[in-house]
Design a binder for this molecule. Structure first.
Ligand code: FES
Ligand SMILES: [Fe+2]
Length: 387
């Protein structure tokens, strides 16, 4: 976020604080309880949101040199993304074209090719089959007929996006839409992954996103953890096409009034959150980036996996730096997993109780309303043909 944008938004926030105001939606809205509990609804979400993508799967630093690869299974499609020697990225389905063995595990670096662990078929980094094994066992079959199945992949401003369905094109300009320039200014392409955790929890995936998109619960849920750092009950929301940006001011924002305007830093004095459709959150946390990627279980609407990653502007090289980032991570887990997710775990059984048909979102929860509206709109869209 550039400085003129920080000043503009800081002034809007200070004005809201002075008026005891907050960003408001035009009216209340509701979301059916069945969207958290119904297996058929989960099936539609899988097809329209998670299988079609594009999904933000990580940052450029995770594929830093030629041959570096990562695997990702969270969408339900086993994906491999590989850094090509010429610098770009290749994404393929992690399934051998002989008899379907899984090709790669975890992450690492490939020299020039990948060899299937089952019978030794060999593919280059572009996913082109180079060697049939045994060579005389496949008469009439050419290598070109069994290349790995390619997926659309794109890297932009340090963010990597993949479409998990073969044959889907990706429109780079549409990925971030109106947030394009703002995200570019962070220079996430220079950031480094410090730590990543996967949390498997017993509630619907949308509740992970929900817990971040309002701060009205801070005085009730986070009294001991983050409430001392944040002004609750005030936030600034703006929708950007399908995405959204929500800013929660730290209490320290009030100090800016005593500083010359050139020194104002919204980045330092607020939590700046970007919800990237459909399942990703980027959280700018004063001096580092935290990302959340949330996926439903394949079968159950009441199970999800939340992947949290902490990225730093530079690699931590000293004990002191590592202690600092470890402390940040510990507070994050204590707050989100220990406090927010504990509430979500108790919400899920109540959704099946018959207490109500809908959950209600107030005017003061515009980010949540936008999130649910965009998900609902995507689910209503006609299915996109693949291939
Ligand atoms: S399944 Fe990969 S070589 Fe046979
Ligand atoms: Fe929270």
């Amino acid at each position: 976020m550039d400085h003129p944008t920080q000043l503009r938004l800081a002034n809007q926030l200070l004005d809201l604080i002075d008026r005891n105001g907050t960003s408001l939606a035009a009216s209340c809205s509701v979301n059916p309880v069945s969207s958290y509990t119904c297996p058929e609804h989960l099936g539609r979400e899988q097809a329209r949101l998670f299988r079609s993508g594009p999904l933000m799967v990580g940052l450029s630093c995770e594929l830093s040199g030629p041959g570096a690869y990562l695997t990702d299974d969270l969408s339900g499609v086993p994906i491999v993304i590989i850094r090509l020697p010429e610098g770009g990225l290749n994404a393929v389905i992690n399934v051998c074209r002989h008899r379907g063995a899984r090709l790669l595990e975890g992450n690492g670096t490939l020299a020039r090719s990948m060899t299937c662990p089952y019978h030794g078929w060999r593919y280059d980094l572009h996913g082109r089959l180079k060697k049939l094994v045994p060579a005389d066992g496949f008469q009439g079959l050419g290598c070109a007929e069994r290349d790995l199945t390619r997926l659309a992949v794109f890297e932009q401003h340090g963010l990597i996006w993949v479409s998990p369905s073969p044959g889907r094109a990706m429109e780079p300009l549409a990925l971030l839409g109106g947030l394009n320039q703002e995200i570019a200014a962070y220079r996430f392409e220079t950031f480094v992954l410090y730590r990543r955790l996967q949390l498997h929890r017993s509630f619907n995936w949308k509740m992970v996103i929900e817990t971040f998109l309002e701060n009205w619960h801070f005085p009730f849920v986070h009294r001991r953890t983050v409430l001392p750092n944040f002004l609750p009950s005030v936030s600034l929301f703006e929708a950007f096409d399908r995405h959204g940006r929500l800013i929660m001011p730290r209490r320290s924002i009030l100090q800016m009034r005593d500083q010359p305007i050139e020194q104002w830093s919204l980045l330092k004095h607020s939590l700046i959150m970007y919800w990237l459709f459909p399942n990703t959150l980027l959280l700018w946390q004063a001096d580092h980036l935290e990302t959340w990627q949330v996926y439903p279980s394949q079968e159950r609407p009441d199970r999800c996996t939340a992947q949290v990653s902490l990225y730093t502007p530079h690699a931590a090289t000293s004990v002191r730096e590592r202690e600092y980032w470890d402390k940040n991570l510990a507070l994050l887990i204590e707050t989100v997993d220990g406090e927010d997710f504990a509430i979500s775990e108790r919400i899920q059984p109540g959704l099946r109780s018959g207490a109500q048909e809908c959950l209600t979102f107030g005017r003061h929860e515009p980010a949540l309303q936008h999130f649910h509206r965009q998900i609902q709109l995507a689910l209503e869209e006609a299915p996109v043909s693949v291939g």
